[in-house]
Design a protein around this ligand. Sequence first.
Ligand code: LLP
Length: 382
Amino acid sequence: MFTAARLARFQQEETPFYFYDMDLLRQTVAACRTASEKRNFHVHYALKANVNNELLGIIREAGFGADCVSGGEVEKALENGFRKDQIVFAGVGKSDREINYALDQDIFCFNVESVQELEVINELARARNKRARIALRINPNVNANTHHYITTGLEENKFGINSWEFDTVVEKLRSLENIDCAGLHFHIGSQVTDENVFKSLCVKVNEFKEWFAERGVYFKLLNVGGGLGVDYHAPDVQPIVDFERHFAIFEQFLELDAGQEVHFELGRALVAQCGSLITKVLYIKKGINTNFAVVDAGMTELIRPALYHAYHKIENISASSAESVKYDVVGPICESSDCFGKEVELPETSRGDLMAIRTAGAYGEVMTSSYNLRPKIRPLFL
Ligand code: LLP
């Protein structure tokens, strides 16, 4: 990943910056495409993971659609050439303005999260003399066994329509004239590494589909969301996720009706491993138990460790010392949670060394902030 040529290039750049390995991205996207096309599965890229135009271009060229969660993301997808009939719009709090914008753009589908949202979309579509295509986002009450902040498919979560509202939904679908119900949508959480979770999801999808069919409601598409996790601990062992295995689970466990399409919304699995946050060591400081390596990137550039206690592998990519020392790798922000890793074993480190914080391509750059009046971080695509 960090060849001598790349390191030499990094040394000319002002730090911190996000480095994207575009070859790895291309290979990842190609692997996903091969595995999905084989089964005629449709993949939508979840823009929320990373919205750099350079990455979007590669993903769009592979023929993937776009999964958006705001009017801004719909606009971004359109600007980057994603086909309108491959754009889905999800989110628990779509504003009227965003819905109107998406209606005007004739996007493929709204993933609807509540009965009231169904009524509002119907109203707004009627005012425009249109029919809105929708999929019902169902809360399947499946535990994703991931961090509770990124679990979304439990009844206690705010997402999706719960089963006790299904009768009302069926009634609404019969009476709302400007709604075309095309599918069921699910997304149970992110960074899911236990494949049994996806098997449980398939069982639930089959059950829900059956329940609606018994009441005369059929769906053209089943959207099973994203959530496929990546290896944060050993990013180089298998940098490309096993898409083949992931899709095979759905192929095996979903009971499809004739002509029924399966859709996915993948974010992290496509872009996480190609990105690293590159930061420079500013100071080495003696602490009581460990030494601090104070680097020039902070929680403003990568908030995942502070927000979710997320683990990211940290490497000193310029030190040559054979001696290994433990450091708390911390940023410059005035918060104690501004820490990328505690007691990280690294070669003896000095001021000026470059560190790579790995697996930062997803939910890294998009979640940056200007807290402490930090300047916007730049990306470097190689
Ligand atoms: N579809 C829906 C409806 C979603 O809410 C999400 C992610 C995705 C698809 C894409 O999921 P993925 O394939 O990337 O797991 N900021 C957090 C992750 C939040 C994920 C939100 N929803 C993090 O840094 O881990």
